[in-house]
Write a protein that binds this ligand. Structure first.
Ligand code: SAJ
Length: 423
């Protein structure tokens, strides 16, 4: 397909869209593109996944069942098996696969490399390939270097905020870069048809990748800073939340909050990609590794506080296991890291999370606690249900370890937070 024809088909929404990776990023994008008038194929690795999604089943808990069922029913979104043939049927192919880190905190590009290998075997002449997966600068160009000059390559790193509904995707500005001006023009035209928010063009693929790295590394470093300040506040008996409120009156201060730790598939992960690249470019980072180490140490820091109050035989319950409130995602969850530390210290405990099924809790190797007061309550995640549940788990004698600084007044016998204590 020539550039002009593809540009016209994008404008008229005749262009067909294939999305590889239907998780927190790909599925909201697929639904949004369908709702905005494109015919979208969700390309999945197994027939089982195709069957499940075709029946409206997904593990992505930010998707409203009715919005998925609606696009499935309308036929504008069709789950299909990921094959070369299916790939070649699309004019636009968008990659939304995970880019995690290994146990050793090094980039794990296996999922995206596997997709690139498959694409390299397809005839992509006249087609637009867009990478939304988060990678270090230079990776998109390298991974898809097989694309000939008669196809188009763009990069627009995902900016989904898990915990929001898919309509939120349309309201998030997107950064877009292209391998060449035509690729940039095509990708820009596509996202402008999808989003109500700005489409921000940059000059290169690498600039988009670096912008994403900066966004999330900035957040990780600032969270580490407030974690470090909070620990100092504890030694000085200063309430860190009061200090944050005061500092927030300064125009150039952006508030971040100390906690049990940093989880999810973005903030504790993406910075390792830029750290590794900096090493390779012989421009090693010092601030970012130190910040990541600080964040990774927060579960242990909270555990040290538990040690000061725990006596053998006390009942301990960890409330909230997911990486942030009101979602069911446990990836890199600091609350789970805290549970591991309890296990290593042979301290018996139970858990409770209103967003996780008993089956899921069992699969995590944890024991669900009864809904009754305990002697030590650890807040791992401050789900909205906690406002009601606190009365269930906290008696006048309960010692609360508030890993989310969620309580604004004393509960039980004492509240030990992160950078503050309520007595
Ligand atoms: N956290 C803190 N202190 C803070 C903020 C967060 O400890 O001040 C913790 C959270 O509890 C969580 C982790 O850090 O465990 C990550 O929190 P997050 O709010 O950044 O949650 P994510 O991972 O869902 O972040 C996403 C990211 N979006 C993308 O990468 C596309 C992130 O860039 C956004 O800034 C974030 O959503 C958002 O702002 O909601």
């Amino acid at each position: 397909m020539s550039f002009q024809v593809l540009l016209g088909d994008i404008a008229s929404k005749k262009a067909s869209v294939g999305i590889i990776g239907l998780g927190y990023v790909g599925l909201p994008l697929a639904i949004l593109a369908s709702v905005r008038g494109y015919n979208v194929s969700g390309l999945l690795r197994t027939t089982e996944k195709v069957k499940r999604l075709s029946q409206g089943e997904t593990d992505v808990d930010t998707i409203k069942a009715e919005s998925l069922k609606k696009v499935l029913k309308s036929g504008t979104f069709v789950p299909r098996l990921l094959t070369i043939e299916e790939i070649e049927k699309n004019d636009i192919i968008i990659i939304c696969v995970p880019t995690p880190v290994t146990q050793k905190k090094t980039p794990d590009l296996a999922p995206i490399k596997s997709v690139a290998t498959m694409l390299s075997q397809a005839n992509l002449s006249g087609k637009l390939v867009i990478n939304e997966s988060t990678v270090a600068p230079g990776s998109t160009r390298e991974l898809f270097s097989f694309l000939k000059s008669d196809s188009y390559l763009a990069c627009s790193p995902e900016r989904v905020d898990p915990g929001n509904s898919e309509k939120h995707v349309s309201q998030i500005a997107k950064v877009v870069g292209g391998r060449d001006p035509k690729s940039l023009e095509l990708a820009t035209a596509f996202y402008k048809n999808l989003l109500d928010a700005n489409v921000v063009q940059v000059s290169t693929l690498e600039a988009t990748e670096m912008a994403k790295m900066l966004e999330n590394t900035y957040r990780a470093v600032n969270i580490a800073l407030i974690n470090e300040i909070a620990l100092l506040c504890e030694t000085l008996h200063i309430d860190v939340l009061e200090v944050i409120r005061a500092a927030s009156t300064k125009w150039s201060f952006q508030a971040h909050f100390p906690s049990i730790g940093v989880g999810g598939h973005c903030i504790p992960v993406d910075p390792y990609y830029i750290v590794e690249l900096a090493k390779r470019m012989e421009s090693p980072m010092t601030v970012v590794p130190a910040a990541l180490s600080r964040n990774n140490s927060m579960p242990s820091s909270l555990f040290r506080k538990l040690r000061t109050i725990y006596k053998k035989g006390m009942s301990v319950l960890v409330y909230g296991l997911t990486y942030k409130k009101d979602i069911a995602d446990t990836r890199e969850s600091p609350a789970l890291a805290f549970c591991e530390i309890l296990k290593e210290a042979s301290i018996p405990f139970t858990v409770y999370d209103p967003h996780l099924s008993d089956k899921r809790i069992g699969a995590l190797g944890l024991v669900k606690g009864r809904r009754e007061p305990v002697e030590i309550l650890v807040i791992g995640t401050d789900h909205k249900e906690l406002s009601d549940d606190k009365a269930v788990f906290i008696s006048k004698d309960t010692l609360v370890l508030d890993g989310r600084n969620t309580f604004i007044k004393k509960m039980g016998a004492k509240v030990i937070g992160v950078g503050r204590t309520l007595v």
